[in-house]
Design a protein around this ligand. Structure first.
Ligand code: F6P
Length: 355
């Protein structure tokens, strides 16, 4: 059996652990299996840039951040766009899959990667997706690998911000990644005891937020607010894309936390500061949970390849590994339910969500 494997989209801790889990299991359970690692994600498949992976390649990589194969972002909409007489990127990949006589392609990636994986599968390639992303926004799985490490990093950073905020009696906005969903901010904010958590799924009211900050500051030395990079005020949420762009151009920085810092300094007259955590949330060694779940997801993927279960992506449902059909989840986003248990419990204990 000849398997192609690639890591695509933004990296995260756990990619190497999944590669190791998949390869070790595949080498053990499938006699004579050949595994080709494509370099830099789908770009490797498009350019036939790959290397044969040996058992030695995946030894001692469980703890290592990033990906030994490299990764890149391949925008979904460009996959099927035709430029002149040249075949589309999708067609090039399908052709290369056939030319390389692959029996199966394993894709480690997030939402964009899954859209492309689904397209390849519809075109007749045997694809198995493995759910990666610090955003935890892949539809149909309770958790994605990489998410819990990012939660640990972001929560640790927010906790550190608290001590400096207390010392200086300041208001802090800590910006957490997560693209257009608030899972990472919600988990990290709760784990770090943030006073308020602002996520894209719940638009905040600027005036009420200013009032909350003033009330909170009257009772405690500091106010620490976890802000998702995609958080929006109700004013912004009502704007068109173009209007929002114009509105944001009035600020020195388009970052959600820096914008809030400027707005709330103006409204409250307090000393506000912004910290944007950025890519530190994606780097370094995976936490123990991610090492565990990545290993399991990888090994489960190898079993799916062995039995020829294709057109699927692995998921974790109620602590059990399973799979969804790629076509059923591609293009869908798992968002934080605004009236879900996590948010309601947090509200009950006084965490403010900006409404
Ligand atoms: O999808 C993972 C993620 O880290 C998002 O949280 C963030 O919005 C985006 O990737 C950043 O992408 P890039 O690494 O291309 O700047």
């Amino acid at each position: 059996m000849r398997i192609g494997i690639l890591t695509s989209g933004g990296d995260c801790p756990g990619l190497n652990a999944v590669l190791r889990g998949f390869c070790k299991c595949a080498f053990n359970i499938m006699e004579g299996v050949e595994i080709y690692g494509f370099i830099d994600g789908y770009a490797g498949l498009m350019n036939k840039n790959y290397r044969l992976l040996t058992p030695a390649d995946v030894e001692n990589i469980l703890d290592i951040g990033g990906t030994i194969l490299g990764t890149s972002r391949q925008p979904y909409k460009l996959m099927t766009v035709k430029e002149g007489d040249a075949p589309t990127k999708l067609q090039v990949m399908v052709d290369n899959y056939k030319k390389l006589k692959l029996d199966c392609l394993v894709t480690l990636g997030g939402a964009g990667t899954h859209k492309t994986a689904s397209l390849l599968s519809v075109e007749g390639c045997n694809v198995i997706g493995l759910p990666k992303t610090i955003d935890n926004d892949i539809y149909g799985t309770d958790v994605t690998f990489g998410f819990h490490t990012a939660v640990d990093i972001a929560a640790g950073a927010i906790k550190r911000i608290r001590t400096t905020a207390d010392s200086h009696s300041r208001v802090f906005f800590v910006e957490v990644m997560g693209n257009k969903v608030g899972w990472l901010t919600l988990y990290a904010g709760l784990a770090a005891g943030a006073d308020a958590i602002l996520i894209p799924e719940i638009a905040y009211d600027e005036e009420k937020l200013a009032q909350f900050i003033c009330n909170k500051k009257a009772q405690s030395r500091s106010v620490v607010i976890a802000v998702a990079e995609g958080a929006l005020s109700s004013r912004e949420a009502a704007m068109s894309k173009k209007e929002r762009k114009e509105y944001l151009s009035a600020f020195e920085s388009g970052s959600a936390a820096e914008k809030l810092c400027a707005l709330m300094t103006q409204r409250t007259g307090m000393q506000c500061r912004a910290t944007v955590l950025g890519h530190i949330q994606r780097g370094g060694e995976p936490c123990a949970y991610d090492k565990f779940i990545s290993t399991e997801i990888g090994a489960f993927g190898a079993h799916l390849a062995k039995v020829g279960r294709y057109g699927v992506t692995v998921c974790v449902r109620n602590n059990k590994l399973s799979y969804n059909m790629l076509v059923d989840i591609a293009g869908k986003t798992k968002r934080v339910p605004a009236d879900g248990q996590l948010v309601l419990l947090a509200k009950d204990m006084g965490v403010y969500f900006g409404e």
